[in-house]
Design a protein around this ligand. Structure first.
Ligand code: SF4
Length: 190
């Protein structure tokens, strides 16, 4: 049997596999692209990219695309900025964290693997104000392989139509599939 090619995104790195399963099977249940914070976030991204190119590196490439091709799936990514040997990821936030979020570190690490770069910078920019903080990371090959293995697991789950185990975090409160997730848990416990 020929197996179907699937496409994943770097922005899916670090997210709950059950959430990603629902996302690929059902699509989005809400139109996030029209949310004010998403539109505002895009503007902040563009302003930062323009500022970087105008003042730091005129050769830097914004929204640079790359693809990691695996046997049965591909992972597509669009880096916010590729500046020399560095990949820069911009995150807009209501409050600057003291440490970078692990999900963001893993996504940036995956970009580094995708582009074959060693250094990454995560830049948090506050939505309401001028707060800005940056964190540097170096490519971690083990972390990249762990996240690649998670895409393999997701691929198998989608191919076999088998809902993955839940991976609860505080973000479950905002998950658009939480009602489905709960129904499946209730059914499994019967
Ligand atoms: S509610 Fe939590 S565990 Fe369930 S699918 Fe959503 S993120 Fe995953």
């Amino acid at each position: 049997m020929t197996e179907r090619m699937m496409f994943f995104r770097v922005s899916e790195v670090g997210k709950c596999l059950r959430y990603l399963y629902f996302l690929h099977v059902l699509g989005r249940l809400e139109n996030v692209s029209k949310k004010p914070e998403v539109i505002e976030g895009k503007t902040i991204h563009q302003n930062f990219q323009n500022e970087w190119i105008a003042t730091i590196d005129e050769e830097a490439k914004p929204e640079e695309e790359a693809m990691f091709l695996h046997e049965n799936f591909a992972v597509l990514g669009k880096a916010d900025l590729v500046s020399g040997e560095r990949i820069i990821e911009i995150k807009t936030t209501t409050r600057i964290p003291n440490r970078p979020y692990l999900t963001h570190v893993r996504q940036l690490n995956f970009y580094l693997g995708l582009f074959g770069k060693k250094e990454g910078t995560l830049i948090y920019i506050e939505r309401n104000g001028n707060g800005r903080k940056e964190f540097s990371i170096e490519f971690d090959a083990d972390m990249f392989l762990v996240d690649l293995a998670r895409f393999e697991k997701l691929y198998r789950a989608l191919t076999e139509l088998r809902v993955p185990e839940k991976e609860p975090t505080p973000l479950c409160d905002f998950c658009e599939y939480s009602f489905l997730c709960e129904k499946i848990e209730n059914r499994n416990s019967c």
